[in-house]
Design a protein around this ligand. Structure first.
Ligand code: ATP
Ligand code: MG
Length: 297
């Protein structure tokens, strides 16, 4: 299959959520492959083509120095965030993108508002920023474990009310709208994995010695809260999906398909920016001519 922009746009529209009203995670199948049954080799070739296009567009993004692109990755453990980042971005000039992984916040971070550490990590104009986890953790893990809010976070007590999740989602949506108005293209990927596939991947981590380092007993324990997480994701997507900051609910049970969808979504979003190399005016062109003559003398 060639890299067919129109076909890929059609496929992507199944997974893009721009309006959260009525969104239900249940309507999305983690094993969906949009009817594509690609051989491993075919999928690899298609992804390679996507990577080439990304590299070309990133070069123009950088040269133009106007837009920034922010890719947010959220998922349950073992859904393949790391692999998607590795395989989608490996062709992009390392000077033009940067990855930030957000772990549980430390004391300095907890001394600030929750967006602070994320704001300082935003991509500059011309750059692609990849955020492996993000401000959404504040309405996911913290919502599933409210003791984090009670014991670790340092909000003045009177500000912690039953509306806190709603308020945080509102603030996130407002912040993303602000970013969009500043020329930051916000793309949010939820890698949607099934509980069964997560179980299989955890087992693999136990069986294969070269995967042992990825295994964490805490991740297995966290499976007990599976339904609460799904609920929190659903609420988050409902409250923050927007045309200027869409969510992609990416089926994650098949890694080749996950990577293809992420690459295609990013390629399409960048294509819509109408990127081009800066065009010089008459005076600058004349200057170039003069430099050429000097060099040739
Ligand atoms: P990952 O799990 O993303 O692949 P990792 O296993 O290398 O990364 P972890 O030490 O598991 O790293 O760090 C991620 C953990 O940090 C997740 O459990 C996540 O829920 C937690 N985390 C991230 N942001 C926050 C936050 N704002 N508040 C509390 N916990 C958070
Ligand atoms: Mg982890």
């Amino acid at each position: 299959m060639p890299w067919d922009g129109n076909r890929l746009r059609g496929i992507l529209s199944r997974f893009r959520v721009e309006a959260g009203k009525g969104f239900r995670l249940k309507d999305h199948d983690p094993a969906d492959t949009a009817g594509l049954a690609l051989e491993k080799r075919e999928a690899r070739e298609l992804l390679a083509r996507g990577r080439e296009m990304l590299a070309e567009m990133q070069d123009m993004l950088y040269a133009q120095d106007r837009w920034a692109v922010l890719c947010i990755f959220q998922a349950m453990d073992a859904a393949g965030k790391d692999g998607a980042i590795k395989h989608v971005f490996s062709g992009v000039n390392p000077q033009g993108c940067h990855v930030v992984s957000f772990k549980a916040p430390g004391p300095t971070e907890l001394d600030h508002d929750f967006l602070w550490r994320h704001a300082v990590a935003l991509p500059a104009r011309g750059m692609i920023g990849i955020h492996n986890r993000s401000w959404y953790e504040e309405v996911l893990v913290v919502r599933v474990h409210p003791e984090i809010l009670e014991r670790r976070q340092k909000l003045p007590p009177r500000l912690v009310t039953s509306r806190i999740w709603e308020e945080r989602l509102e603030d996130i949506a407002a912040f993303e709208r602000y970013l969009a108005r500043q020329g930051v293209v916000v793309l949010k990927f939820f890698l949607h994995l099934s509980a069964e596939e997560q179980r299989r991947r955890f087992l693999k981590r136990i069986e294969e010695p070269e995967k042992h380092w990825k295994f964490s007993a805490a991740d297995v324990a966290e499976r007990r809260h599976w339904d609460a997480y799904q609920e929190a994701y659903e609420q988050a997507i409902r409250a923050t999906a927007a045309p200027h900051a869409p969510w992609y609910v990416v089926p994650a049970d098949n890694k080749w398909f996950t990577r293809l969808v992420v690459a295609a979504a990013l390629a399409m979003a960048m294509q819509d920016l109408d990127l081009h190399y800066p065009r010089l005016g008459a005076a600058a062109l004349a200057e170039l001519e003069e430099a050429r003559r000097a060099l040739e003398r």
